[in-house]
Design a protein around this ligand. Structure first.
Ligand SMILES: Nc1ncnc2c1ncn2[C@@H]1O[C@H](COP(=O)(O)OP(=O)(O)O[C@H]2O[C@H](CO)[C@@H](O)[C@H](O)[C@H]2O)[C@@H](O)[C@H]1O
Length: 440
């Protein structure tokens, strides 16, 4: 079975968040099951690859040619498509994102002809569902890809009769995520709980009706972790290796983390994108009480300017108690997972979440909101703490409860958990088989 994963980012080539982890790890885990999975990405700026050919496709009624690059990492073949509009520094966040990702998807559609199945990830690849047999994965319903219908039908050459409520139309615009859901043979999302939540008006982000209508082909498959990439026994970013059986190296990680951040223990850490989704307003509101109670806070992430500004100010106002690293920095993230006393994940909503799994693998207990994949991966009172209410008091209560239960013991227990991709890869394999036998 030959499957082409189409996505905007994949570890280790280019990473903004958890999507890259998944697209980097799943193809590797599928290989032992006899699935030949390759990954297609846009040729972002700075990515080096061997040129192996070109792809011809039509955009806005004109023939275009895109160079095709190849790179093999960890036994996985990555293909890079150099369509116009890429070759820039960032993956997202440009005013012409819709146009350039549609161009990418149209070219990808051509390349897909050589595969049995496409596995398309999130809105940037959703158009593939209209171009080839596709399994579509929702990593985050918050970004749906809205496009004005005029340019959309001009660029893609698709017929206007798709512009109706059971297909692409969404309040007068084209909604690419909706197209992915409607036209894919199978739809998955990244945890069983999120698969249920998105069918409700509260967390369906306006697509709950569509998801309920297509519920028969929707399945939640929990993400795994690449256990070779995230392994305290062989992580080059830690001062010493450690395991559950011999956790002595963890004390060195704690010491190094305290020294690097200048923070006094116990340190609560947040690592992740600075985004509305992540519940950072709760963290800010709870901060005065947390510092009063003797906790320190380490925040690492990039994203929304308003959130970044607030943490810059807090770090200046509370030296030795609050530290903010406004950077994407792999070594410091690993040190935080290993060296903090607890990891905070106060998300408003969370499709799956990887940071709480990484922390558990590194023996650090999470305090997480009981939502989405957090609920499916943190065992409340055993490997971490889950809190319900989206309120600063909920978070505070969670932190206090963790230390009352014994943060260290819960952390060590978390190291026993199996977050491997083996089970999830089997589940995806089953979904691929269903999609190939599909008679729609
Ligand atoms: N400043 C920084 N420095 C270093 N590393 C950083 C970093 N900021 C983030 N990261 C890394 O990015 C990843 C974040 O992954 P998550 O899954 O927790 O959240 P994200 O919202 O990005 O993913 C979305 O997609 C994934 C994949 O399906 C879902 O799990 C999730 O719920 C959904 O929101 C982790 O590997 C983390 O270490």
């Amino acid at each position: 079975m030959r499957v082409l994963h189409v996505a905007p980012e994949a570890y280790p080539l280019v990473k903004v968040g958890g999507l890259a982890d998944v697209v980097g790890a799943l193809p590797k885990a599928l290989r032992p099951l006899g699935v030949e999975a390759e990954v297609l990405l846009p040729w972002h700026g700075g990515l080096e690859a061997r040129r192996v050919g070109e792809v011809l496709f039509t955009f806005a009624g004109r023939e275009e040619v895109a160079p095709l690059g190849e790179r093999v990492e960890g036994g996985v073949r990555f293909l890079l498509l150099g369509v116009e509009g890429f070759g820039r520094e960032r993956v997202y966040g440009y005013p012409d994102d819709q146009e350039r990702y549609l161009r990418f998807a149209l070219a990808a559609g051509r390349l897909a002809q050589g595969y049995d199945l496409v596995h398309a990830h999130d809105w940037t690849a959703a158009l593939l569902a209209l171009l080839a047999p596709t399994v579509y994965t929702i990593h985050n319903l918050a970004h749906q890809g809205l496009v004005d219908p005029g340019p959309f039908f001009h660029w893609t050459g698709l017929p206007w009769n798709l512009f109706h409520i059971e297909a692409l139309e969404y309040y007068g615009q084209v909604n690419l995520m909706k197209g992915g859901i409607v036209f894919a043979r199978r739809v998955t999302t990244v945890s069983p709980s999120y698969a249920e939540e998105i069918k409700t008006p509260e967390l369906g982000m306006g697509l709950d009706g569509v998801l309920r209508r297509h519920a028969g082909k929707l399945k939640g498959i929990l993400n795994g972790l690449d256990l070779e990439v995230y392994d305290p026994a062989q992580d080059p970013h830690l001062p010493a290796p450690y395991t559950r059986e011999d956790p002595s190296g963890k004390a060195l990680a704690k010491a190094a983390f305290r020294e690097k951040t200048g923070l006094k223990p116990p340190i609560l850490a947040y690592v992740g994108r600075l985004d509305f989704q992540k519940g950072l307003d709760l963290l800010q509101a709870a901060l005065p009480r947390l510092t009063e109670l003797g906790f320190s806070l380490y925040v690492q992430g990039v994203g929304e300017e308003g959130l970044a500004q607030a943490f810059r100010e807090k770090a200046v106002a509370h030296p030795g108690r609050v530290a903010f690293l406004e950077a994407y920095h792999e070594p410091m993230a690993r040190l935080a997972y290993a060296g903090a006393e607890a990891l905070l994940v106060p998300s408003r909503f969370e499709p799956c979440g990887l940071v709480q799994m990484i922390a558990q693998r590194y023996g650090t207990p999470p305090v997480a909101r009981a939502v989405g994949g957090l609920k499916d991966t943190v065992e409340d009172g055993r490997t971490g703490v889950l809190f319900q209410s989206y309120h600063p008091e909920g978070l505070l209560y969670g932190v206090l409860r963790l230390f009352h239960l014994g943060a260290e013991a819960l952390g060590l227990r978390g190291m026993e958990k199996d977050f491997s991709w083996r089970g999830p890869a089997l589940a995806y394999h089953g979904v691929y088989r269903e999609a190939l036998n599909w008679r729609g």
